[in-house]
Design a protein around this ligand. Structure first.
Ligand SMILES: Nc1nc2c(ncn2[C@@H]2O[C@H](COP(=O)(O)OP(=O)(O)O)[C@@H](O)[C@H]2O)c(=O)[nH]1
Ligand SMILES: [Mg+2]
Length: 325
């Protein structure tokens, strides 16, 4: 755990860029990524892999846990919403379930935004601020809590250049209606948040052996044709002779209304033509690096960085020194 403390910008011991942790000027930009997606999509695992990758590349990061139910961390968060409010306490004291409790926690956070603003104010522009979000889907689709939070982070005094990274489990590609439902939630978050947005198919290692490469490619830019030739559905949900209950799961999912609903969802996604996916295997550092490069592009991270060469190179770089004066 001690080692992870070096994620703190104030810690000078292991932080490669500690010398740059200075008081920010009024126009200092900040950079961040909001890691979102359904429960179990691999958000926290991706955050961990991203932090490890940044550390390997001597880039500083600042880890913000906004999941009030998260228990264990590979890297200790610099800000943890549980220090403000915990889901367990809310559920117990308010008699709420996990979804209502989560909404309560976020409403409480919105009433106490200083909890985020004060520590984030000192974070400088070399840092990538990583927000690890909870998985309750309500947060991304129905309630206007996230847009308010994002507005505060991006447009308020913090002025963070931010992008959303929406993770969807790649195992969904095996069940196409599920895949389109997940894609619809990604699109809903995208439309609601109005910020640069990257969609990611996580856990690619789990499907690589199971789904042919050329089939996987079709999910990267999904189109409605994926439903027309879905082998698993027609076989799995063929109506059972003798099953007369029209409301049985099998009959509903095999019925024509379910097909029409899926087709309408897929057509909507196809028409918007806004959703495409990057592929992620969190255990593969190249894959994490590739996703990071898209995030960096979306937030224009590199454009804001001063050239930082090793000492000896900087001293021989006349142009750089001259520009500094
Ligand atoms: N095979 C595999 N499992 C993963 C990967 N990413 C996450 N997981 C597993 O998926 C589960 C949920 O991951 P977690 O990061 O906690 O999901 P979160 O709820 O979105 O934060 C855990 O058991 C992880 O070990 C991955 O890239 N490959
Ligand atoms: Mg998590």
């Amino acid at each position: 755990m001690d080692e992870s403390r070096s994620l703190y910008p104030t810690s000078s011991s292991a932080n490669p860029n500690a010398a740059h942790c200075v008081e920010p000027g009024p126009t200092m930009s900040k950079f961040g990524v909001l890691v979102m997606g359904p429960a179990g999509a691999g958000k926290s695992t991706f955050c961990t892999a991203l932090i490890q990758h940044l550390r390997n590349n001597k880039r500083p990061c600042y880890y913000v846990n906004l999941d009030p139910a998260a228990e264990e961390f590979a890297f200790e968060p610099d800000i943890d919403i549980k220090d403000l409010i915990s889901l367990e306490d809310v559920m117990e004291e308010m008699g709420l379930g996990p979804n209502g409790g989560l909404i309560y926690c976020f409403e409480f956070l919105l009433e106490n935004l200083d909890f985020l603003t004060e520590p984030l104010d000192t974070v400088t522009d070399e840092y990538l601020i990583i927000f690890d979000m909870p998985g309750q889907i309500e947060l991304y689709t129905h309630v206007p809590i996230l847009p308010t939070l994002v507005k505060h982070l991006m447009r308020g005094s913090l002025n963070i250049n931010m992008c959303a990274a929406y993770l969807l489990e790649s195992t969904f590609v095996i069940d196409r209606p599920k895949f389109f439902a997940g894609t619809l939630s990604a699109m809903s978050a995208m439309l609601m948040l109005e910020m640069p947005h990257i969609n990611i198919l996580s856990k690619m290692d789990l499907v690589k052996g199971q789904v042919a490469r050329k089939d996987l490619k079709r999910f990267i830019d999904p189109d409605v044709g994926l439903l027309d030739d879905d082998p698993s559905r027609t076989m799995e949900f063929e109506q059972t002779p003798g099953d007369s209950d029209p409301m049985s799961t099998k009959n509903v999912m095999g019925g024509s209304s379910f097909k029409r609903l899926n087709r309408a969802v897929a057509q909507l996604i196809d028409d918007f033509s806004m959703v495409s996916f990057l592929q992620l295997d969190a255990q593969n550092e190249d894959s994490v690096g590739a996703v990071l490069s898209y995030i960096d592009d979306a937030i224009q991270y590199h454009e804001a960085q001063e050239p930082r060469e090793p000492r000896d190179e900087v001293e021989t770089d006349i142009g750089y020194d001259a520009m500094d004066e």
